[in-house]
Write a protein that binds this ligand. Structure first.
Ligand code: NAD
Ligand code: DAU
Length: 328
């Protein structure tokens, strides 16, 4: 197959491109926002197109001759969506619409939308299935839900062969350090304080990034057109427990923990039922303990990857978000 993979200079997309490039021809379309980096695609055979999924001309050129599209392109951080929603609307709503329209016009055989468990909102007990109602809380999740609804509308109205994968919280190598696990890992390694929102008892369902990439590849090939597939991680964990585990792996004590003002509208717990993707033969292979050990080790070993981030735009973001200056 010839695949167009959008947003593949980011965390999950680059992991997916690494997996898919062994079997298929990969073209990457990426805008290279603050989160997109060409280095993430080192050693991945691909054709690179620089541009936005909301630009119809560039999208059409990049998509011509492709058999399938996998759309990872996104603004992926909830806190940034609370600070300003415009790029979230532009990429998740306008951008998804442009991709779908091009896929329809060019007769692309398969389209996969990468989405998130956050579209369902928070759940106190039990787990969301694919037929649970959408009830997003943040501008990030609301615009992701809008993108999903556009995909479904193109399936119903135009008959395009699209599937949606809703993943839970990913972690692993090459994740931008605005997200909880890489942020606290680097802060712990550097001796900076670890900011914990609210009481730190929020629960997330952790999924190692390579497991998500494998699920996406399986659903692209075997998923039933028009269906949604939840992909949840094998382990649920309270944030404070994640923080304590990372401190132990980094060899630091708990005096670095700092409770800070909670995220507005903070979802308390996410949980997904993943029976449908399991029926296709997927199973998570990496449990949290192993995945977290591998992740902390990766950040220890890859300072040339993260040092430029911690000295650039991220420093200003950190100061705005946390009201404190990051150490070196
Ligand atoms: P990321 O922020 O690391 O990467 C996003 C990539 O998209 C970057 O390379 C960026 O340059 C690119 N991009 C942004 N806007 C673009 C545009 N308009 N046109 C082209 N490229 C654009 O994000 P990630 O964590 O790898 O997430 C990838 C996808 O997976 C997103 O759709 C996200 O909603 C979804 N997802 C993420 C998680 C998670 O825990 N990170 C979990 C479930 C689903
Ligand atoms: O659930 C899937 C989603 O997971 C993806 O769709 C998003 O793209 C991804 O960013 C992630 O969203 P979260 O908001 O859950 O991830 P984040 O890493 O920002 O936060 C995880 C938890 O940790 C959440 O409860 C907020 C908390 N947190 C986060 C940060 C950055 C803190 O306590 N302190 C922090 O500094």
């Amino acid at each position: 197959m010839k695949l167009l993979v959008t947003g593949a200079a980011g965390f999950i997309g680059s992991t997916y491109a690494r997996l898919a490039a062994g079997e298929h021809d990969v073209t990457v379309l990426d805008k290279l926002t603050y989160a997109g980096r060409r280095e993430n695609l080192e050693e991945v055979e691909h054709v690179f197109v620089h541009g936005s999924i909301s630009d119809p001309g560039i999208v059409r050129k990049a998509m011509e001759g492709c058999d399938a599209v996998v759309n990872f392109a996104a603004e992926s951080h909830v806190d940034r969506s609370i600070a300003g929603q415009d790029p979230f609307v532009e990429t998740h709503v306008i951008g998804t619409g442009v991709l779908l329209e091009a896929a329809r016009q060019l007769g692309v055989a398969r389209y996969l939308q990468v989405s998130t468990d956050e579209v369902y909102g928070s759940i106190a007990s039990g787990s969301f299935t694919e037929s649970s109602p959408l009830d997003p809380s943040s501008p990030y999740s609301a615009t992701k839900a809008a993108g999903d609804l556009l995909v479904s509308s193109h399936v119903h109205t135009h008959g395009i062969e699209a599937v949606i994968c809703r993943g839970s919280n990913n972690y692993g190598p090459r994740q931008y350090p605005e997200k909880l696990i890489p942020l606290i890992t680097l802060n712990a390694l550097q001796g900076d304080r670890l900011p914990v929102y609210g009481d730190g008892r929020q629960v997330r369902n952790w999924l190692f990034v390579e497991d998500f990439a494998r699920a996406i590849h399986l659903v692209l090939q075997e998923g039933e057109p028009g269906r949604v597939y939840n992909v949840g991680g094998p382990d649920e964990c309270e944030n404070i427990d994640v923080v304590r585990r990372v401190l132990a792996l980094a060899g630091r004590d708990e005096s670095l923990i700092e409770y800070v003002t909670d995220r507005p509208g903070h979802d308390r717990r996410y949980s997904l039922c993943s029976d449908r993707v399991r029926e296709l033969g997927w199973q998570a292979q990496v449990h949290f303990e192993e995945g977290l050990t591998r992740t902390v080790q990766w950040y220890r070993d890859n300072e040339p990857w993260w040092a430029p981030i911690r000295s650039g735009e991220y420093r200003e973001y950190y100061e705005r978000q946390y009201g404190r200056v990051l150490g070196r």
